[in-house]
Design a protein around this ligand. Structure first.
Ligand SMILES: [Zn+2]
Ligand SMILES: [Zn+2]
Length: 276
């Protein structure tokens, strides 16, 4: 318990900065999966998203802590009906935060107004670990932040479980977006339960048939259970969204405004017609 408390006391921002430095270095040293046209610019625009995240999180973290503590103090949620050992509560806690996020992510692909914000994350045409930062702040805080509060309310999860969920999920996010070649055998073993980088990159494929799949962040189990798992070999994947391909649409400023810009979604059918 003491080790866990020490772990949870580490500021998440330090973990994030440590991990981006680690993965960015690994991407220089190891075999990369994709070629970059303008890597420094790409990093610069994605880092700006992290800057906004950092600033807004100073406020949002207080909202989350206050809401979850209020729910816990009023003993709201399923876990208050059972007497579970601490370790099981923590394991289930991490799984259930991931489970609720799976549904929030799936809904954001299905609902046009939410997709306008979520497509910012999918807009990256050349991906590396910094793509994890590329998420519209409205979505990151209001939508996915609320998903954590709702999970805590339904299942009776506390701040320790939430802290652990962040510590487990953050390395997954970096790994999943990193521009490193991962072997396919990983997808056939580890990928039966967990989301591997190759499996998450299928979710970043341009073709909507694949974009609307593999929504899970940690446990790919949810996609397998609810029929949204799909696979495509990594070398056949075209990243990004057709409607965001131009260079001017890859800047921080354009992406921040993009939910308020009307643009039709280029679907699988359109892509096939284009190829003919
Ligand atoms: Zn998505
Ligand atoms: Zn992603």
């Amino acid at each position: 318990m003491e080790t866990l408390n020490k772990l949870l006391a580490i500021d998440l921002n330090y973990i994030i900065i440590g991990l981006i430095v680690l993965f960015y270095s690994l991407e220089q040293l190891l075999n990369t999966q994709f070629q970059f046209k303008k890597r420094p610019q790409h990093l610069f625009h994605n880092i700006l998203f992290f800057g906004v995240f950092y600033l807004l999180n100073l406020v949002w973290a207080i909202v989350i802590v206050f809401s979850v503590e209020w729910l816990n103090n009023n003993q709201i949620g399923l876990f208050y009906l059972f007497d579970l050992p601490l370790w099981l509560k923590l394991v289930l806690g991490v799984m259930l935060f991931d489970f609720v996020t799976y549904w929030f992510h799936r809904i954001s692909h299905l609902t046009p107004v939410l997709w306008r914000f979520h497509r910012v994350h999918h807009s990256d045409t050349s991906m590396d670990a910094s793509t994890f930062f590329r998420g519209h702040p409205v979505e990151t805080f209001l939508w996915f932040g609320t998903s954590n509060i709702i999970a805590a309310g339904i299942f009776g999860l506390d701040l320790i479980a939430l802290g652990l969920y962040f510590i487990v999920s953050t390395p997954f996010f970096f790994l999943e977006h990193s521009n490193i070649k991962f072997p396919v055998w990983l997808d056939k073993t580890f990928g039966l339960i967990f989301t591997t980088p190759n499996i998450h990159k299928v979710h970043h494929e341009q073709d909507q048939f694949y974009t609307d799949s593999n929504f899970s962040d940690i446990f790919i189990l949810w996609d397998r259970l609810f029929g949204t798992f799909k696979y495509k070999p990594p070398e056949q994947i075209n990243l990004g969204l057709k409607e965001f391909e131009e260079d001017r649409k890859q800047t921080f400023w354009y992406l921040i405004r993009s939910p308020f810009i009307s643009m039709g979604r280029i679907t699988s059918g359109d892509l096939k017609k284009e190829k003919k």
